[in-house]
Design a protein around this ligand. Structure first.
Ligand code: URP
Ligand code: ZN
Ligand code: ZN
Length: 466
């Protein structure tokens, strides 16, 4: 329903708004790219005085989602993911994500600040707003000035890896130095936690036993590696009294360590991903094991269920996609040896619908909690809140309508990521983002996309309050 009069650009009426732990019937008034008002029934401002009115009856009206973990145009050894900021942001918008946060991972020998500048340049193609994580990939001598330069450029999160020898692996000394440097800029360390010595020993053993093909992925990166690295990094956080955020936690034992550390006063945070919450390691026995090669690997069904229970209990803070857009050809190139394969799964477009279906439609978590894990907590933990992740006066007008009754089957050829497959091929889902508004513009309605052009802005991180 559209009507044409009045002073605000857009009003969304009749839906159930979910934001900041609150849910209720309300109108959202949008003007000049910002939320102007959120009006409960009986409020004074009339939505009819808006140039356009969207009827949201029967829908949830949610803050545009924030994906804290995307790899766009990302290099790994001889491979490069197949998307750029144009295609990744378009796919994000189709799926209800209006802010993507990408990693500026330096190539071997590249200055981390140069890697950040290169990503800022690439981001100019983006169709939605974006933020960046800096990354330090070797034992740099002047960590403090790198972190200061990141912060001056609007980046207060830094990712470190405890694995991928020769490319990204750093030791505990670097971890502690980066933690200390980040404290000075109110930043937050992001860690990929898998103990590399355990991973490498498992890979050697798997190769000896003939299980190093894609189908043997689980054996090459055991849960013990994740448990051990989380333990070591939490100890470093305790020694330096620093906050820490663990990306892509795949096992309940990792989340439980974060919970226990929080009891001791450590500001630690858990991220998991849709694939660890709904898919299991039986995919490595299927026709396309290579399509599911990611680090950490998919785990056994009982682990998946135990991880889901941690999320339902409120112990997982964010769900990121860990979006990596490789196609089947790239995945197959070295599928006889996972050590040479590109890791990661495409998922920026499917994150919301897969999680809504598995957790909200199933009745396990509330819409309020959904908004926290897909939008507002990621905004907070990246210094973007309340500009992002909130429907409140003054917030950016990034809003989605989600139809809880709409159903579809996911098929790669109907998605928009720059790859030929989805890990969720054929999966039936209920709960679909049907209208997506970015910066106050309606960019997607019922699968129809109106390309807004390269409107995506780099969003600076404010000091992060943990
Ligand atoms: O398998 C994964 N997760 N690949 C992407 C890089 C990373 O480790 O996050
Ligand atoms: Zn990682
Ligand atoms: Zn990742």
């Amino acid at each position: 329903m559209d009507c044409d009069s009045g002073s605000a650009d857009l009003a969304i009426v009749g839906g159930t708004v979910v934001t900041n732990g609150w849910a209720g019937e309300a109108s959202v008034i949008i003007d000049d790219g910002r939320i102007r008002a959120l009006i409960e029934h009986g409020g004074l401002e009339s939505p009819v005085g808006s140039r356009r009115v969207i009827d949201a009856k029967g829908k949830f009206v949610l803050p545009g989602a924030v994906d804290p973990h995307c790899h766009v145009a990302s290099r790994h050894g001889e491979f490069r993911t197949l998307d750029n900021f144009e295609s990744a942001s378009r796919a994000a918008l189709f799926g209800g994500t209006t802010t993507i946060i990408d990693f500026a991972i330096p190539a071997r020998g590249e200055d981390p600040v140069d890697a950040l500048k290169a990503k800022l340049e690439m981001g100019q193609l983006s169709r939605c707003d974006y933020a960046l994580h800096g990354c330090i990939a070797s034992a740099e001598s002047d960590v403090e000035s790198i972190v200061r330069e990141f912060a001056a450029a609007g980046v207060r999160t830094v990712k470190l890896f405890t694995t991928y020898r020769g490319e990204l692996l750093v030791g505990v000394d670097t971890i502690e130095r980066v933690m200390k440097a980040l404290k000075k800029v109110s930043g937050l360390l992001y860690v990929h936690a898998e103990a590399n010595d355990i991973v490498e020993a498992a890979q050697v053993q798997a190769a000896r036993d003939g299980f190093v093909r894609a189908s043997g992925m689980s054996r090459t990166r055991p849960a013990a590696a994740e448990e051990q690295a989380v333990r070591e990094v939490l100890a470093a956080a305790e020694r330096t009294t620093s906050p820490v955020y663990f990306v892509h936690q795949s096992i309940p034992g990792a989340v439980d360590q974060v919970v226990a550390a929080r009891q001791r006063g450590v500001h630690a945070f858990s991220e998991s991903c849709p694939h660890y919450l709904v898919l299991d390691d039986s995919r490595y026995d299927g026709d396309h094991p290579e399509r599911f090669v990611c680090c950490p690997p998919l785990r056994g069904r009982s682990i998946v269920e135990a991880l889901e229970s941690r999320l339902v209990m409120g112990f997982v803070h964010t769900i990121g996609s860990d979006h990596c857009c490789y196609d089947t050809e790239q995945k197959l190139l070295h599928s006889e040896d996972v050590r040479a394969m590109p890791n990661g799964l495409p998922g920026v477009e499917t994150r919301l619908t897969v999680i809504w279906d598995a957790l909200v439609h199933s009745g396990k978590v509330s819409p309020e909690r959904f908004v926290e894990v897909v939008a507002s907590n990621a905004a907070r933990l990246n210094g973007l809140y309340p500009r992002k992740g909130s429907i409140a006066p003054g917030s950016d007008a990034d809003v989605i309508l989600l139809d809880p009754a709409a159903t579809r089957r996911l098929h790669a050829n109907e998605l928009h990521m720059a790859t030929d497959y989805t890990p969720y091929e054929g999966r039936a889902v209920t709960g679909i983002p049907t209208t997506v508004i970015a910066q106050g513009r309606v960019v997607m309605t019922d699968g129809e996309y109106v390309d807004p052009g390269p409107i995506g802005r780099f969003v600076s991180s404010r000091p992060i309050v943990v």
